[in-house]
Design a protein around this ligand. Structure first.
Ligand code: ASP
Length: 332
């Protein structure tokens, strides 16, 4: 037998098997592009360690109803061909007006018994962003964040300066006592939860394929005066990039800032090819758990697929899309 003749054949066989094996290894965790939804929207109303005892049934129904109505408002905008930024703003304004949530009207108190609110918004087509921090008299901080993005040359404005700007662009300024729903809050707190969660956030994908993410909060209960959390920090509490995903976070803000959680999820998708669920789980259920940072995220990828991941026992959340799929949930 002429063994020399066998070499090219063996070489071919070796190359064939290597070629068959390589893509499988390289694509671990990478899924083929799915058919995108025409539009989709996901929202949250905060995360925390809650259970059926700490959130009794009548309150669960109140929350579910509030989440579902906010979802509907956003889906209506998207169905009509509206922009994702309009859907996000409408959803968050509605939640800011609802004292159930720790944002706008229902904002928690600082250690001094004041309300200092943070919000941010980002659009995925141009990586444009706006934020306000530590504001005390703007009824809808999310609209102020949008105004900073669209009507100023800045990304973030804070405190009294942000209020002057908001008034100049025609936003509603209220007396700080507007947020002082203490009586209501205390009775609510006794009845429902020991520590109030309820930061709100929303991510939307519109028919033009543009992602937008926004977050609004009163911050952490009992926070020190002047403390700013992750919610108004682009890359920590909020991020959107049409190439990857939109993210809104809720939880112990200091950890979300230090681990740039929202941006980290986008980066895992961009550079490692992870799908949105895997990227969100890696950051929230591995990194944050190792470090001791409680909280969760809601995300939408560029196809409109959601990831709603929390390392706490609950996260108020809802999702809907153009195919009529709809989902409202509280516990894990
Ligand atoms: N992340 C918010 C903050 O640290 C609070 C929260 O989401 O519950 O200000």
């Amino acid at each position: 037998m002429n063994y020399r003749k066998l070499f090219p054949i063996l070489g071919f066989v070796a190359i064939f098997f290597t070629a068959c094996k390589a893509p499988a290894d390289q694509t671990a965790g990478i899924t083929a592009d799915p058919e995108p939804y025409e539009y989709a929207l996901v929202l949250h109303g905060g995360a925390g360690n809650m259970n059926f005892q700490s959130v009794p049934e009548p309150y669960q129904d109140m929350f579910k109803h509030a989440l579902d109505s906010a979802l509907q408002l956003g889906l209506d905008v998207l169905k009509e061909g509206g922009m994702s930024i309009d859907a996000v703003e409408v959803v968050i304004r509605c939640m800011e007006d609802n004292p159930l949530f720790n944002a706008g009207k229902g904002a928690v108190f600082t250690s001094e018994g004041k309300n200092e609110l943070d919000a941010s918004i980002m659009t995925g087509q141009d990586l444009n962003a706006g934020a306000v921090a530590g504001v005390t008299d703007i009824r809808h901080p999310i609209s102020a964040a949008r105004a900073v993005m669209e009507q100023s040359e800045h990304v973030m404005m804070a405190g009294p300066g942000a209020s002057v700007f908001a008034e100049q662009v025609g936003l509603e300024i209220v007396d700080p006592s507007y947020f002082y729903t203490k009586k209501r809050f205390e009775s609510f707190q006794k009845a429902v939860v020991r520590e109030k969660h309820g930061t709100v956030g929303c991510v939307a994908l519109d028919k033009a394929g543009n992602l937008c993410a926004g977050t609004s909060t009163g911050g952490m209960t009992n926070k020190k005066y002047g403390r700013i959390g992750d919610s108004p920090i682009i890359g920590a509490g909020t991020y959107a990039n049409n190439a990857t995903c939109g993210v809104s976070a809720t939880g112990h803000g200091e950890y979300f800032i230090r681990w740039t959680v929202a941006h980290q999820i986008s980066v895992l998708m961009q550079y490692k090819g992870y799908d949105v669920e895997r990227a969100a789980s890696e950051v929230v259920e591995l990194t944050l758990v190792e470090e001791g940072g409680d909280g969760g995220v809601i995300c939408l990828d560029k196809f409109g697929r959601p990831a709603m991941v929390t390392n706490t026992s609950g996260m108020f959340r809802a999702y809907g899309n153009s195919e009529g799929e709809r989902f409202v949930a509280i516990f894990k």
